[in-house]
Design a protein around this ligand. Structure first.
Ligand SMILES: O=C1O[C@H](COP(=O)(O)O)[C@@H](O)[C@H](O)[C@H]1O
Length: 277
């Protein structure tokens, strides 16, 4: 039996269903903002909306964080929210550099000083590497921590992964032409020859990234424009690690600014004020 709805609500409902369907059909949404000032609030909406959905459905929100330019943008935006309850968050790192936590290159270290120390996330909800271990043992130790945090899952299924992309097309610590791109069994891999310093890192593998319920790339600045065109318009044959991120059952967002989008010729979304994902 069809429920009666006023015309405007039926149209909204149809539009909503259309947008959902087109997102599924295209498999990804590329959303371009004039600058990171407009991108930031939409990113926080994505985080808080997926957190609410996850906590309602399974009692916690599992979030994978990347380093680099994302750290300060995300920290600033989350801390600007009037209310942020992170008591049910479990945070892991999409990749981490093998340096001491006090080193400015430590992704955990910078999140700790810019974000974790200012929110109510419990220490037990932050899955860190043991930076005192040699790199292969560090990856094994981090694998064990993820397996404990995601019991019964062959590959951990994160509610949301926030990824960056370097100007060479790398994401996490998965670099172009590196054998780690072919990894199919490990959850976490070590790398000792990262072309971007520091050379020793641990990284989630592509099977983990592609198992997530939602993956969002945040990419800003003109230095990303050339590679972004290759990644987003290069088709299935694109050799760039970022192009290999295609969640099997999850959502994929590319949140980018105008300078990063400068070379794109494909259709993108240009949201207005108050856009929510
Ligand atoms: O080295 C890294 O780089 C990427 C990209 O960083 P960005 O500063 O160009 O946004 C980052 O996503 C990754 O976590 C980090 O280890």
């Amino acid at each position: 039996m069809e429920t009666y709805l006023p015309t405007e609500i039926r149209l909204d409902h149809l539009l909503f269903r259309f947008l959902c369907a087109s997102a599924v059909m295209t498999g990804r949404r590329i959303v371009v903002f004039p600058s990171s000032a407009e991108l930031g609030p939409v990113l926080t909406h994505l985080v808080t909306s997926r957190a609410e959905k996850a906590i309602t459905s399974h009692g916690r929100f599992t979030l994978g964080l990347s380093g680099g330019s994302l750290v300060s943008m995300l920290s600033k935006e989350l801390l600007a929210l009037p209310q942020l309850d992170c008591s049910k968050w479990v945070v892991g790192f999409c990749d981490e550099r093998l340096v001491s936590f006090s080193d400015p290159e430590s992704t955990y270290g910078v999140y700790k000083s810019q974000l974790f120390s200012k929110i109510n996330i419990p220490d037990s909800g932050i899955l860190t590497i043991d930076s005192s271990l040699p790199v292969t043992e560090c990856a094994e130790d981090y694998t064990r921590k993820l397996k404990e945090a995601f019991p019964g899952e062959d590959f951990p299924v994160f509610d949301l992964l926030l990824l960056g992309m370097g100007p060479d097309g790398h994401t996490c610590s998965l670099f172009p032409d590196h054998p780690l791109l072919e990894e199919t069994k490990k959850i976490v891999a070590s790398i000792s020859d990262s072309p971007k310093p520091p050379p020793q890192r641990v990284t989630m593998t592509l099977p983990v990234v592609n198992s997530a319920r939602c993956v969002a790339f945040i990419s800003t600045g003109g230095s990303k424009a050339t590679v972004l065109k290759e990644v987003l318009e290069g088709g299935k044959a694109s050799p760039y690690p970022a192009a290999r991120v295609v969640p099997t059952n999850g959502e994929l967002f590319w949140l980018i600014d105008d300078p990063a989008a400068a070379a794109l010729t494909i259709q993108v979304e240009r949201p207005g004020a108050g856009t929510k994902l």
